[in-house]
Design a protein around this ligand. Sequence first.
Ligand SMILES: Nc1ncnc2c1ncn2[C@@H]1O[C@H](COP(=O)(O)OP(=O)(O)OP(=O)(O)O)[C@@H](O)[C@H]1O
Ligand SMILES: C[C@@](O)(CCO)CC(=O)[O-]
Ligand SMILES: [Mg+2]
Length: 399
Amino acid sequence: MQLKDVFVSAPGKAILHGEHAVVHGKVALAVSLNLRTYLHLKGTTIGNVCINLPNIDTFLCWELAELKQLVAYYCGKREEVKRLDAELIRRLREFIGVTNGNLDTCNMAILAFLYIYLSLFGSGELPSLTLTVWSELPTGTGLGSSAAYSVCLAAALLCASGAIPTPLKEGDNTARWCQEDLELINSWAFQGEMIIHGNPSGVDNAVGTWGGMLRFLAGKIIPLSRVPLLRILLTNTRVPRSTKVLVAGVKDKINKFPSIMTPVLDSVDAVSCTCEKVLSEMTCEPITGEHYNILEELIDINQHHLNVMGVGHPSLDILCRVTLTKGLHSKLTGAGGGGCGITLLRPDEERRETVLHCARLCLIWDQLHVRLCWKHPHQTGKVKVHHFVWILFVQIKGF
Ligand SMILES: Nc1ncnc2c1ncn2[C@@H]1O[C@H](COP(=O)(O)OP(=O)(O)OP(=O)(O)O)[C@@H](O)[C@H]1O
Ligand SMILES: C[C@@](O)(CCO)CC(=O)[O-]
Ligand SMILES: [Mg+2]
């Protein structure tokens, strides 16, 4: 069987409030970014499976026959499973040469791909294909690159397997799936996240699948359609970190100090709920400075809580200090430990002025590369500025 070509893309995300707490059943508010991951699946007839992952310098091929051996224990058609198939994971780890729990960037990406591919096709004839995934998202910086990758894998492989239709009609540039198909994509993307993250809440793959802004609580996804336009500065500290390691660290801390950490998680939950309430008020009454004062205080409170959870980093402390000299409030976004921070901009903020000011200050502590992107609904331009961190503007809006 030769598969038809499939092209899909999925967005990254920024978490406004609730990272880490959401893993422990608290509310998170997250929004998709107009930075995407793209996937091209090409059906071939050469009897192998090839994967090209240029962002992580990974280019690999396997013979169909060797992959088929990995699923020789399958009998009959397999239903979609909610939990990971531990036997398949064990076999795959052995196959790609990872026997301890320590998976690097390349191994995690490969494991997630092979797991979804073999789960969807393993009980029948394995198709020959070449899959290429590339992304505008920096990998491992808190912008949901793993989720966007997993959503693309799930969507493309489900399409190729015939489990969901290819909604693109002749002449269309883009198309979406129906709710039921999106739920299926999301559930397989969650499995990819389980492999990459260890213990994901599911918020990142939900944003990657549905886009827009949403409230996420214990697997329940509520799209937020009434949100004001907010401008957020995203700064990449370029300090590498792993979500899997950070999430595990928070869990250890909660186990070690339950009576100390539980109130912290409850407080983050209250921060998310208060933020949601303020955002909703801002859509039905005139926006005042007081709304922004509250949003800024919530950012500060949450950043302190995230430091208590042990997911801060000196580079993020500097980001908070530097932006505060300009009266701006910042917090980490995503798993922390480096990666990206968000800074809330007030509507009256002169954008170029602010960025250049931050750039000048940050130059003092970092000599890395700068990319500055203005992103808003009608304009997507990229302006190269200085040498420092990676900054980008996003505007937050609902569906
Ligand atoms: N474009 C890509 N190509 C291949 N693998 C990718 C790509 N993007 C992400 N990944 C996989 O995801 C891993 C990074 O996931 P991780 O969860 O640590 O960071 P993140 O998703 O960017 O941040 P966060 O989870 O905090 O939002 C990489 O190590 C790699 O295995
Ligand atoms: C740190 C975390 O809360 C967000 C990572 O983007 C992990 C998760 O929710 O799976
Ligand atoms: Mg991730």
